[in-house]
Design a protein around this ligand. Structure first.
Ligand SMILES: [Zn+2]
Length: 245
């Protein structure tokens, strides 16, 4: 039997449903008993995002205005569900969430009318942040979106130059200044779609776009998992967001 570890369906153990759903309920109950596992969005016992939360996150792709000269699409708003799920994934080591989150991100990728040969390119995280987490959360998310969308991911197109630091706690203007000339790019020879996890002020996306265009890369657009406009976000959200940090 193959068991998916994410995007799973929560079912009331006392209710009806298929045999598969009953097996799923038993596995969730066992995960809760043995591991204390719960849905990161609603805290129901189980492993990974429960079905209700997964379905609640599937919504029309939104167009964002972050001052980019190319189309920018987001799969979901950051609040309320993803403000709990994204920190679990990127900061608490819930790596299995890359799959459902990457599937959502793929919806924003699919909203673009992409020319043939386009590759997905993730905004690079700070090397120190990757070392601290033990994985590159943005690259993992991009890889999953590539798998689901069928648009391949190009690696090592963008990298950090060594300038810039963790964006947390910085104002909108300070973020932009902190990121100036913080990224370098190489031309993969094909059009690229820029990928990021969360769009706050858009400063990281704009810097990535600048670096790509300086290298002569054709950028056809950008896609992010979540829209977290700072103007509508509170301190609690900013504390959780490690924007490419
Ligand atoms: Zn849930």
């Amino acid at each position: 039997m193959t068991v998916s570890l994410c995007g799973c369906g929560y079912r009331d153990p006392t209710g009806g449903g298929t045999d598969d759903a009953r097996v799923r309920s038993l596995l969730d109950a066992a995960a809760d008993l043995l591991l204390g596992a719960s849905c990161p969005a609603c805290s129901r016992p189980g492993w990974g995002l429960c079905r209700d939360c997964t379905e609640a996150l599937v919504m029309p792709v939104r167009v964002l205005d972050r001052g980019l000269p190319v189309p920018l699409y987001a799969a979901c708003p950051y609040r309320p569900l993803l403000q709990r799920v994204v920190p679990s994934y990127k900061d608490d080591g819930a790596l299995h969430l890359a799959r459902p989150l990457g599937s959502l991100l793929a919806r924003a990728v699919a909203a673009h009318d992409l020319p043939s040969g386009t590759r997905l390119v993730p905004v690079p995280s700070l090397p120190a942040a990757v070392r601290a987490r033990g994985f590159d959360h943005a690259a993992a998310l991009c890889a999953e979106a590539a798998r689901v969308s069928g648009i391949p991911m190009a690696r090592r197109v963008l990298r950090r130059s060594g300038r810039g630091r963790d964006q947390r706690g910085l104002s909108r203007a300070a973020r932009q200044a902190n990121l100036a000339d913080s990224m370098l790019a190489r031309d993969p020879g094909v059009p690229v779609l820029l990928i990021d996890d969360v769009a706050t002020t858009g400063a990281s996306l704009r810097e990535a776009l600048r670096a790509l265009q300086a290298a002569g890369v054709v950028v056809v657009g950008a896609a992010v998992l979540a829209d977290a406009d700072d103007a509508r976000s509170g301190q609690r959200i900013r504390r959780h967001l490690l924007v490419k940090g």
